[in-house]
Design a binder for this molecule. Structure first.
Ligand SMILES: NC(=O)C1=CN([C@@H]2O[C@H](COP(=O)(O)OP(=O)(O)OC[C@H]3O[C@@H](n4cnc5c(N)ncnc54)[C@H](OP(=O)(O)O)[C@@H]3O)[C@@H](O)[C@H]2O)[C@@H](O)CC1
Ligand SMILES: Nc1ncnc2c1ncn2[C@@H]1O[C@H](COP(=O)(O)OP(=O)(O)O)[C@@H](O)[C@H]1O
Ligand SMILES: [K+]
Length: 501
């Protein structure tokens, strides 16, 4: 797990590293600059004209150190210092002295300084870093606007200037194409509204104290491949189908049998011992033809889910994709929630039904997994003003229901009943297509049936689903990838994770 720390903690981490490594503050800054430059020189051609726009705090100090190093690498570099009211930090001063006349430095003093950077190919943003405490205004906002108006590629040092790491941002913010952040990813990076500012972001190691990071309290984590390798248990020689549970998927309806097939095919590829699928009568032939491995449980209704089958034999249930919201379906869902006491996976129309029948929410078994996309989440939890508030709502819902709530999208977030939130790194916009979510429901149902905990299931299932999408889009491209491909590439996704043993 990568621990996501807030800016206060990062400040304490810097200070701890300086005191206990020990390393001088200016030498730590030098390390940060070198890490940035290392990233930079591998990607940006040395003929490109570089502009570095610095504040006068430590982020500006980084900018000056980077300017010196890139100049030494042979890049044509110009530096601008935004001279507002921020006092010069000690390390900024030292790095300013170290520049010794080259590269060239100009001060930005008045708001009439416009059109400053137009001849630059690449602009490095080092105005504000994690010390930003309020929206940028005055001359700072003007410099940010000037940078955003150019056609240059913009690269932010640590965090785009104007973007707050731990709170909603407003005002002018650098629209970076890339953000190179020091060691710790910032919470804002995981939210949809930050993306226009961070662009693609990455972290670079600057050797901050590892034990201190491990001991820092946080409820926010970024999942890594290693975490998933630890969760997935390889099968043993004498395992048999009884070892791996019997999953039931309740999905599909007239015109939406595809949802049932996608979820079921994904479940089959995720390892449960047995899979049954409950579909309306009209789905019988479709199901039996498309998925010979699945057993059929047939509803009494031709087109809809209207009656839960007997549920005792199932280890878990995945319910929702394509079931619609007919009154009889609402009753049937209520019946399932009344009779089934083990954790289940709730998605799509089952979530929509819960959204308009909140009394049913109380019946959801503890440790179930809910997988709303943002619109479904809004129906469950109400509207939010900003991404931070959305995260709080997600945490609250998980804690109130004592369930795992997976909010789907880029960096799907997984909130657990005990207040933790895991962000998932896999997946890509090629998956933004109808049916992708049904595949996730199938994977989660298949894993839960095998006895993985709700938290393990959500972490592994969401990761494997996104990884299947990443592997698939390498072959099919993000335009052409379809949900069926996610099922097709799921075996490679599992193998990738298991082969790490
Ligand atoms: N040794 C280390 O610690 C290392 C640090 N490193 C680097 O340092 C960066 C953090 O540096 P930093 O703390 O100096 O913060 P930075 O963002 O440069 O400036 C803060 C100043 O701006 C002011 N201010 C805030 N908002 C404002 C606004 N809207 N408009 C105007 N002013 C505003 C604020 O004032 P205050 O909020 O206190 O009133 C303060 O004076 C970090 O991102 C990384 O790049 C790396 O080198 C690794 C080692
Ligand atoms: N840009 C993206 N990056 C990563 N994953 C994505 C992206 N867009 C969609 N996905 C994933 O695809 C799935 C889409 O699910 P959902 O919206 O429920 O689709 P549907 O209901 O049509 O099957 C989710 O798991 C989501 O995380
Ligand atoms: K910056």
């Amino acid at each position: 797990m990568v621990r996501i720390l807030n800016t206060k903690q990062i400040k304490a981490l810097d200070a701890h590293t300086i005191e206990h490594e020990p390393v001088k503050s200016i030498d730590l800054m030098e390390r940060a600059c070198r890490a940035f430059v290392n990233w930079f020189v591998q990607r940006i051609d040395a003929t490109k004209k570089i502009g570095i726009v610095c504040g006068t705090g430590n982020n500006g100090g980084d900018g000056l150190g980077i300017a010196r190093m890139l100049h030494d690498w042979g890049y044509p570099v110009k530096v601008w210092i935004v001279r507002g009211l921020v006092p010069e930090s000690a390390d900024f001063k030292t790095n300013l002295e170290r520049i010794k006349g080259e590269p060239e430095i100009a001060d930005i003093i008045t708001e009439s300084d416009k059109g400053l950077f137009t001849d630059r190919d690449v602009l490095i943003d080092a105005i504000f870093g994690s010390g930003l405490s309020r929206p940028a205004d005055g001359i700072y906002a003007q410099a940010i606007r000037c940078m955003n108006e150019t056609d240059a590629m913009r690269i932010a040092v640590d965090i785009p200037s104007g973007l707050l790491a731990d709170n909603p941002s407003s005002g002018d913010i650098i629209k970076a194409h890339y953000t190179v952040s020091f060691q710790i990813p910032k919470l804002a990076f995981f939210f949809p509204h930050s993306h226009p500012f961070t662009g693609e972001w990455t972290t670079v190691d600057i050797g901050l104290h590892k034990d201190f990071i491990r001991q820092s309290e946080t409820s926010h984590f970024l999942v890594t491949a290693k975490d998933i390798t630890r969760i997935i248990r390889p099968r043993k020689r004498f395992d048999h189908k009884g070892t791996f549970g019997h999953a039931l998927i309740i999905a599909g309806g007239y015109g939406k049998m595809g949802a049932a097939l996608l979820a079921s095919a994904a479940a089959l590829r995720s390892g449960p011992g047995l899979l049954s699928v409950h579909v309306p009568k009209s789905g019988y032939t479709i199901l039996q033809t498309a998925l010979p491995e699945a057993m059929a449980s047939i509803d009494t209704h031709e087109h809809f889910f209207t009656e839960a089958p007997s549920l005792e034999k199932y280890s878990t249930i995945g319910i929702g994709p394509g079931i619609g919201q007919e009154p009889a379906t609402v009753k049937a869902l209520a019946q399932v929630l009344a009779n089934f006491k083990a954790p289940l996976v709730i998605d799509a129309d089952a979530l929509n039904i819960l959204g308009v029948n909140p009394e049913l929410m109380k019946r959801i078994p503890e440790n179930s997994i809910l997988t709303p996309h943002p619109k479904e989440f809004e129906r469950l939890a109400g509207k939010w003003d900003n991404d931070f508030q959305r995260l709080e709502k997600q945490k609250r819902l998980a804690s109130e229901l004592k369930c795992v709530v997976v909010l789907k999208g880029a960096y799907s977030s997984i909130a657990t009943p005990d207040g933790k939130v895991y962000f998932n790194p896999t997946g890509n916009p090629g998956m933004a297509k109808g049916g992708s979510g049904d595949v996730l429901t199938g994977i989660l149902t298949g894993l839960l049936a095998q006895g993985y905990s709700a938290e393990e299931t959500a972490l592994a299932g969401v990761y494997l689903h996104g990884l299947a999408g990443d592997i698939g889009s390498r072959e099919k491209g993000t335009f052409s990838l379809i949900a069926t491909d996610l099922v097709e590439f799921l075996p490679q996704s599992f193998k990738t994770v298991l082969n790490k043993f």
